[in-house]
Ligand binder design. Structure first.
Ligand SMILES: Cc1cc2nc3c(=O)[nH]c(=O)nc-3n(C[C@H](O)[C@H](O)[C@H](O)COP(=O)(O)O)c2cc1C
Length: 848
């Protein structure tokens, strides 16, 4: 959380965020920095919405302008750091004159159209601010993560600034950035307020922004910053080597981007040449925009004051405790060595890309870091509604977070999928699912978790990416050329919270903190143009960054569709050499990747399991062929484990395991302990109450969809007698990726499961999915849902599986419920399903 008040008495502008996974926070930080550094508004205050009372002037209604960036989480809910504020704002007793027609406001909502209540918070907040007397200075923006946030966010921000300046009566004053000509639809009239009284304000979604772009002045036309070849040295700090402004375009022949092997497949050189020529033509006679980073990098001198700074391991990741944490039942068990009973169909290690043979090493610390999250994962993945893990965590007094992660050791890792070479199967595996057990025993305070939690793994950037960036920032000269140089960052925008006050080495910052793997946003490319020596490269980056006249289409087809990372862009554009300050300013922090917990704290509170697919996929390559891509974190985990494990030994099922003796926590009742010896599942805290479940595991993506299976079924088992439990499970092939098969069959045999329906999509000419199996069992399912009060849990892919399952449910309800149940049409069935969701009887844990 950012301490945002800075002591200024009556700042007039608030930039507030409500964010669960960091997107809104990052956007708000960027807006705040740009207001301060580019638009001459140093009084702007940045804060998480809940922190409004911490301001030196907590009378939020007295601020002249408020910019609200808010995500929607849960089932249309406010993120935790906005909840309090939202409760305050929507209080019925709030006077209609709360904002006294004084505060000008703008709301940017973040959401995902895979969810039912798309951008519900943004829309509601926009409407409510208007209801209580705020004056809307800019259209509501609704950014959709399903198609990429930047399509809405970038134009919304571009048009926000002129609208804000107009609202403050400062048109053009203090604006250093000449992109301010476009006013967008900054209607501050009362009409704008009237428009939003229905609860959904005038929107600026993707289409809305397109319209707005047509009306506003195109950015290309207004960027007129003359830089006549001068490289300005703006910062007087020793060792700060920020080059500001654009070097003189040299003309001369285009540099042919050779592209090292790791990006060679991304773009044919011939295409590249053509593209650069187009960009040059588009950029002809266009002036450039300077870029001024708002962060300052101070390289520490070994003998100077910096010698006292603390390296990040000790200082940047202390685990803060809030008072003395109360010992919960979970945490009290945390020092016990725990069981890892392994009795499932794990595959022997048959590495598709085995490392060079080495001896098996003893378990080593997991160099990634763990941070818990409120039931969410990156990439729009949701943990089940109803779980409140972070609250649990906080109740226990620990406050691990992205910035303060815990460290864990790997105790055990095994492939759950069978692979070619395991002695049983000659077919290559369709995919590899790895189960990993992490030991959090050394965490102080304990690292608690509950079923339904997701844990974030912070992994480093790929070595190639790190090397590329180090080489480029090294061109800045001075200490930026030395990867071991310690540095501190001040006025940091994006990564400030992660760096804290510790001094990191240059290499650490590049490897662990900046996101080099994400696709760079257009504004990043535009800024990069200012750090590029070659005329063709400059034109290309600028063209991609400003959009318009083909640049936007190129950005989509070349950067977005190929999912080029920043490091790959640098590889393809050899003359681009941004400074470290620029990168720290422009890039978001490397995000944690979230995985649902696949174990139960009651079996062992200090052993935490996750199961994930090693992400590998292909994208169509422009001009034919395919581009192979791999997931950053899952590949890293697999590689790390392989390196630790050494070569596969014939009958070794485990990729990696430790020698700890298994034992169960003594506090469990004897009967329960006995039961647990025979299964790896356990009870959970009341979340799973259901009667049947659907898990589909056939899709790509890092999640497996099965991770809560143990929890769910274990919970049902414990609750025994509440009703039958049906499980629909889908994957590609029975032999290849039916993970946890043994457990499922065991549950069936023991009567824990009443029905197990499997669907294998690649076993026959006709693809069979879980929804097909559900149709076959339509009558029973409709009866359970309509008459027997069944609960339904759907877990897995959001885009295809969850949608198809939903459609199937509608159909089977009409077919088997029909008129006598009041479900004569699909619309009526849909209304019934919506109600089921509201009652938490139809719960989704899905991800795109
Ligand atoms: C658990 C979870 C629940 C979500 N629920 C919704 C929702 O109900 N409606 C919506 O439009 N988006 C929903 N989203 C999508 C987020 O709003 C979207 O990913 C956004 O970019 C997150 O921004 P943040 O990182 O600032 O939290 C949900 C995402 C997660 C992870």
């Amino acid at each position: 959380m950012v301490n945002t008040d800075g002591g200024a008495s009556h700042p007039s502008i608030l930039v507030c965020f409500g964010s669960a996974t960091g997107n809104s926070e990052f956007i708000a930080k960027r807006i705040h920095a740009e207001l301060q550094n580019k638009h001459g508004l140093p009084g702007a205050r940045l804060l998480a919405m809940n922190d409004w009372k911490k301001l030196s002037n907590p009378a939020f209604e007295e601020y002249e302008a408020g910019i609200f960036v808010c995500a929607t989480t849960g089932n249309g809910d406010a993120p935790e750091n906005a909840e309090k504020f939202w409760r305050f704002l929507k209080r019925r007793t709030q006077p209609k004159t709360l904002l006294a027609n004084r505060m000008h406001f703008a709301v940017l909502g973040l959401g995902d159209t895979n969810y039912d209540k798309f951008c519900h918070m943004g829309k509601s907040m926009d409407a409510r601010l208007s209801e209580v007397g705020g004056r809307r200075m800019h259209n509501l923006g609704t950014a959709d993560e399903a198609v990429g946030l930047e399509g809405t966010v970038e134009p919304w921000i571009e048009t926000l600034y002129p609208a804000l300046m107009k609202a403050l009566g400062r048109d053009g004053v203090g604006a250093k950035d000449t992109t301010l000509a476009s006013v967008g639809n900054g209607d501050t009239s009362n009409k704008a307020n009237e428009d939003s009284t229905l609860g959904v304000g005038p929107e600026t979604g993707r289409e809305g922004m397109a319209r707005q772009g047509e009306e506003g002045a195109p950015a290309m036309e207004v960027e007129r910053v003359a830089v006549e070849g001068k490289v300005e040295e703006k910062d007087a700090e020793p060792h700060v080597a920020d080059r500001v402004g654009l070097p003189q375009a040299r003309g001369g022949p285009l540099t042919q981007a050779s592209g090292a092997q790791w990006v060679e497949s991304l773009l044919a050189p011939a295409d590249f040449q053509q593209i650069r020529e187009k960009a040059l033509a588009a950029a002809k006679d266009r002036p450039w925009t300077a870029y001024t980073p708002s962060v300052k990098v101070i390289f520490m001198d070994e003998s100077g004051p910096g010698a006292e700074c603390t390296p990040p391991v000790a200082e940047a990741h202390p685990i803060p405790k809030r008072g003395s944490p109360p010992r919960s039942s979970t945490s009290s068990q945390s020092s016990l060595p725990c069981s890892t009973p392994l009795n499932h169909g794990g595959a022997s290690l048959a590495p598709p890309a085995a490392p060079s043979p080495t001896a098996l090493k003893p378990p080593s610390p997991f160099t990634g870091r763990l941070s818990p999250f409120t039931g969410v994962t990156g990439g729009g993945r949701a943990a089940p509604t109803g779980a409140a893990p972070l609250a649990t965590l906080q109740a226990q007094g620990a406050s691990y977070s992205y910035e303060h992660p815990a460290q864990a050791k790997v105790r055990h890792a095994v492939y759950l999928t069978k692979t070619a070479g395991d002695g049983h199967h000659s077919e290559p595996p369709t995919r590899r699912v790895l189960e990993l057990e992490l030991d959090t025993q050394d965490c102080d305070p304990p690292f608690p978790y509950v079923p339904g939690d997701a844990v974030g793994i912070r992994c480093p950037n790929r070595t190639e990416a790190v090397e590329r960036v180090l080489e480029r920032v090294g061109r800045e000269g001075g200490r930026a050329g030395n990867r071991k140089s310690r540095l501190q960052v001040t006025d940091g925008v994006a990564v400030g919270g992660v760096l804290g006050t510790a001094c990191w080495t240059l290499e650490e910052v590049v490897r662990e903190v900046m996101d080099l793997e994400g696709t760079p946003k257009p504004h990043v490319l535009k800024a990069l143009a200012a750090y590029t020596q070659d005329e063709g490269d400059q034109a290309l980056l600028w063209w991609l960054g400003v959009g318009g006249e083909g640049g936007k289409a190129l950005y989509e087809s070349w950067i977005l569709e190929q999912r080029l990372s920043l490091a790959e862009v640098l590889e393809l554009i050899p003359s681009a050499a941004p400074t470290l300050a620029a990168l720290l300013d422009l890039l978001p922090p490397l995000p944690a990747r979230y995985y649902s917990v696949a174990s139960s704290p009651l079996v062992c509170p200090t052993r935490l399991r996750i199961a994930f697919s090693v992400v590998e996929y292909e994208l169509p390559r422009p001009g034919g062929g395919v581009i192979r891509r791999t997931g950053v974190c899952t590949s890293w985990m697999e590689r790390m484990l392989r390196e630790a494990a050494g070569p596969a030994s014939g009958d070794d099922k485990c990729l990696y395991t430790s020698s700890r003796a298994p034992s169960l926590p003594p506090s469990l009742p004897p009967a329960r302990r006995e039961a647990l010896k025979h299964s790896r599942s356990d009870v959970c805290s009341g979340y799973w109450r259901g009667d049947f479940d659907v898990w589909d595991d056939a899709e790509d993506g890092a999640g497996t969809g099965v991770e809560m299976e143990e929890e769910g079924i274990g919970s049902f088992a414990q609750k025994g007698g509440e009703g039958p439990i049906w499980l629909f499970f889908g994957c590609r092939t029975k032999a290849g990726d039916w993970i946890y098969r043994e457990e499922m069959e065991n549950f069936l045999k023991r009567g824990v499961l009443s029905e197990l329906q499997t669907a294998f999509s690649r076993e026959s000419a006709r693809k069979v999915y879980v929804q097909d199996r559900m149709q076959e069992q339509g009558e029973a399912l409709a009866r359970m849902l309509l008459k027997e009060g069944a609960y339904l849990y759907v877990c897995g892919d959001a885009e295809n599986m969850a949608r198809d399952v939903h459609a199937s449910l509608r159909t089977l309800l009409v077919q088997h419920g029909g008129r006598q149940e009041g479900l004569g049409s699909e619309e009526e069935a849909e209304a019934f399903l919506v109600e089921l969701k509201q009652r938490q009887r139809y719960v989704l844990d899905i991800w795109a």
